[in-house]
Design a protein around this ligand. Structure first.
Ligand code: UT7
Length: 365
């Protein structure tokens, strides 16, 4: 059994914050931000938008593409670092508001690598026939956790969500290999220090700004450029493929320079690397599905293509996955499996017969 990606959707808030807007808020300028990161603008949630509401918007679009109803979904995994609450899981809010009455739901916390982790877990659940249809969502409202007075972080992040529908199918396809890695010794390099059980929220933590994202940018940069190429190579090798077989790499969109460095290390042409960090900034776990949606929209990713998702983030975590892109199942797949198999058999007998007749007519049969 394989786990085909048959639906996709993205949601970003309509409010856009440009580098010029940021230059009015902190001591920075467009030239610095573009040259160091490639980012030109990012989308910021309105007060009524949350990680769950963006996730639902993206999920509904993905279900529509896959031609599924929320009750068809067996499993919902929401990858996020900006959940609605410490608990209950954001995935449960999504499950309820979607009306996915038959679905199990849980959150996955692996920061910017989370979408790759979630994709892998959902794939394993389908391949072992524990579930048939899964929703994998990456969603973030990082703007709620950014210190808007800290120029070293506030210029980087944006809000958004992306969702995939995964469906069981017998033909090979979907995620065919993956690599998941972590190194907790680097946990302090990118951290939201307060609000958990280690350091519960208090007037002091708020006074000291410990409920905001803290990052050692240079170290994270060095780590990212080291692991992106490594993980990609490993996942491709695990899939028994070579980089020439990969039509498009869709990396985590954190920084244009990180992406270019990784591509250079892989000796992989930038024309075959998806980049949209300029318009969304770093949306953490949502960046890979958002970039995928845009790759499909622009015709850069099509059914049958082999693509690599690769990401890194807080934890530290990193990972890569090789995916054979599927696209929505034809509607006739909703026919009962026995009837479907019979029809497929009949079709292949007819095709063979036609080829035989053609052979006789053209004299090589
Ligand atoms: O999903 C994972 C999330 N994290 C990342 O991907 C972050 C990875 N790291 C990076 O992308 C880069 O390290 C940054 C973009 C964050 C920073 O770029 P950098 O080239 O590593 O700059 P830097 O931290 O070495 O800072 C260089 C200078 C410093 O000034 P001094 O000390 O040389 O005088 C900073 O204070 O740039 C200054 N600076 C800024 N100047 C204007 C830092 N932020 C800004 C800013 N505008 N926004």
């Amino acid at each position: 059994m394989y786990a085909h990606i048959t639906g996709w959707g993205m949601a970003v808030p309509s409010r856009v914050l440009t580098n010029h807007d940021l230059a009015q808020m902190v001591e920075t300028d467009n030239e610095w931000i573009v040259s160091r990161t490639g980012i030109q603008e990012r989308h910021i949630a309105n007060p009524e938008q949350t990680s769950a509401s963006l996730a639902i918007e993206a999920a509904l679009k993905a279900l529509e593409v896959a031609n599924l109803k929320p009750v068809d979904v067996d499993l919902i995994i929401v990858s996020t670092s900006t959940p609605e609450h410490v608990f209950p899981a954001t995935a449960c809010l999504v499950q309820d508001r979607l009306g996915a009455a038959r679905a199990g739901a849980f959150d996955l916390s692996a920061a910017c690598s989370g979408f790759i982790y979630a994709l892998d877990i959902a794939t394993q659940a389908i391949r072992t026939e524990s579930v048939k249809n899964a929703l994998v969502i990456g969603t973030e409202t990082l703007s709620r956790f950014v210190d808007w007075e800290d120029r070293t972080t506030c210029i980087l992040f944006g809000d958004g969500a992306g969702a995939f529908v995964l469906q069981a199918g017998e033909e090979p396809g979907g995620l065919i290999s993956s690599v998941m890695r972590s190194d907790g010794s680097g946990g302090n390099l990118l951290i939201l220090p307060a609000g958990g059980s280690h350091l519960p929220a208090s007037p002091e933590t708020v006074r000291e700004g410990l409920h905001y994202i803290q990052m050692h940018g240079r170290e994270v940069f060095r780590f990212a450029t080291r692991v992106m190429a490594q993980a990609t190579e490993e996942a491709v090798k695990k899939a028994h493929l070579s980089l020439e077989d990969i039509s498009l790499i869709i990396p985590h969109q954190a920084n244009q320079r990180i992406i270019e460095t990784a591509a250079r290390k892989l000796n992989f042409p930038m024309e075959r690397v998806m980049v949209n960090v300029d318009r969304y900034g770093n949306t953490s776990t949502a960046s890979i599905p958002i970039a995928t949606c845009e790759a499909i929209q622009s015709g850069r990713l099509q059914a049958g293509d082999k693509t690599v998702f690769v990401g890194f983030g807080a934890g530290l975590t990193w990972g890569a996955a090789v995916v054979i892109w599927s696209g929505p199942f034809p509607v006739r797949r909703r026919v009962r499996p026995t009837r479907y198999r019979l029809l497929a058999r009949l079709r292949s007998i007819l095709l063979r017969l036609v080829r035989r007749i053609e052979g006789i007519i053209w004299g090589n049969g």
